[in-house]
Structure formats: structure tokens, C-alpha cells
Design a protein around this ligand. Sequence first.
Ligand SMILES: O=C(O)c1cc(=O)[nH]c(=O)n1[C@@H]1O[C@H](COP(=O)(O)O)[C@@H](O)[C@H]1O
Length: 278
Amino acid sequence: MHERVIFLILLCVIGMLCTVIGFWRRKTADAAFAAARAAATAKERDRYCRLAVLAGHREACLMFCFARSDFFEDHQPLKPFKSHGIKVAFYGYYYPSRYADLIDDEQRAFCRSLYQFKEGENHGIEFFKACMSVLNLDDAPYHILFMPCSDEFKYARRFKRLDWYITTHRPDLSSGLYDVDVFESRDSLHEAKGGENRILERNYRITGNIEGKQIIIVDDVLTSGQSMADYKEEIERCGGKVVAAIFYGKTVTRPPLLLIKAHVWGGCIVNKIKELTK
Ligand SMILES: O=C(O)c1cc(=O)[nH]c(=O)n1[C@@H]1O[C@H](COP(=O)(O)O)[C@@H](O)[C@H]1O
């Protein structure tokens, strides 16, 4: 009986200790995360962000991962890679707006320029030139096909200045802006349900003659690559051959939080060992 009481008291003490430690751990994590968000320099931001990750802050994990895209991403801007059997290059990482508080000024500025490209306020010529040059294709001429978007108006507004640039400045290329008829509006793709298995409704048809042409696809954002693969299928059905695709942005991927935590904990342990063995 006596032992039982002692055991229960011990359990209560342990429970209370865990609650207090958990409370202060959360407070520390919140404070470190707030400091990371307010940090004036990248170094300070990195330091506080690491502290917040060590204290288990979820959003800090994402912030840390977005700051180290060179480590966590499989693909880097302007470094071509293969996706769905297509050679692909992109200009920079796109961070969806829900992550706006977790990225730095430079990343935010890039996303702003991407939105401006989507809205037709940014012509995208720098993006186009940069991506085309890293593709290293040497079998011109190539025919450029733009990805049909949610309606005809947005399609023309987004790509008309690239069409102008290609027709006036690039004798090695031809523009297929008018090869595609976007005949009805559809919902924005990222709102479509089903993730990578979503059913894509085609709101366009290819009306131009692309038979035998070597095609390069141009789009604003690459996320899963599903719409690129679907467009490739339709282009090939019409007799074109897709040789590459370029994107203004690639949606950043989110590795498992455990991987991010392991990276930060690993770095912390290595630093401590270095300090002790100095
Ligand atoms: O404008 C969109 O629908 C859109 C928003 C967004 O946050 N992410 C995004 O990828 N998209 C569009 O979705 C298409 C790419 O999606 P995936 O087919 O998954 O690669 C592109 O045409 C983008 O314009």
C-alpha cells in the first residue's frame, strides 16, 4: 500500500515536470522563431532558426529548409534535369503564398516577379534567355509552345511579350502562341483536387500545324510535372516532338520534418564535438 502511494506520487511529479518542461520548450521555440523572423542578417536568422528547430518548432523547420534549398532540393535553378522524360530547366524556386512569412526578402522578390509574369506585368525575357541558354540545345530550329492556362485572356496576357521577343529577336526559334486555342475557362490547377492523380480537363486544342516540329514548352510554374506530361502527350498526338520544357519557377518541395530536424541536430552535435576537442 505504502509503495503504491510513493509510486503514484512519483508518477505525478514526473507528469508535472514533463508539463513544465514542455511549456518552456514551446515558449523557447516560439521566442527563437520570432527572433529568426525579425533577424536583421542572414547569419542571425540562421542561428535563431536552428535554435527554434532544436526546440521543436514546426514552422522553423520549414524556414530552415527553405533557406537551404541547395541542400534539401534535388534540383537547382538553371541546372537542367529530366522529368517525365523531358529535359527541364527552371529559373528559381517558387514558394506558395502560404509560406510568405518563412522566406527571406530575396525569395519574396523572386515570387513577386513570378506573380508579375503570371499577370503579364513582367515580360519574362530574362527568364526565357537564361533557361534557353542552359538547355544547351544545338539542333535548331525549335518551336515554342506556351502552356495553355485557365483562360484565353490570361494565356495571351502572360505570353504575348515572349511571343514578340521570339518573332523579332530569335531567328533560331518560332513562336506557337497562335497554335493553341484556349476555348473555355477552367479552375486554377492548384485548386483541383486529387494531388498528382488529379484529372486534368483540357480546355484547349492545338489548331496549328506542329507536325515534325521540335517543341520547347514554356510555363510559369512546375509543381508535380503532371500538366507538362499531359501537354507533351497532346503535342505528340499532333505530330510534334517535345525536346525540352522551361519554367519560371519550380514549386519548392517539403522534405519530411524529421529529415530537417536530423540535419540541424547533426550540425549542432558536430559543432559541440569540435568545440570540446579544440
Ligand atoms: O496557377 C496555378 O494554377 C498554380 C498555382 C500554384 O500555386 N502552383 C502551380 O503549379 N500552379 C499551376 O499548376 C501547373 C503546374 O502544376 P503541375 O501539373 O503539378 O506541375 C502550372 O501550370 C501552374 O501555373
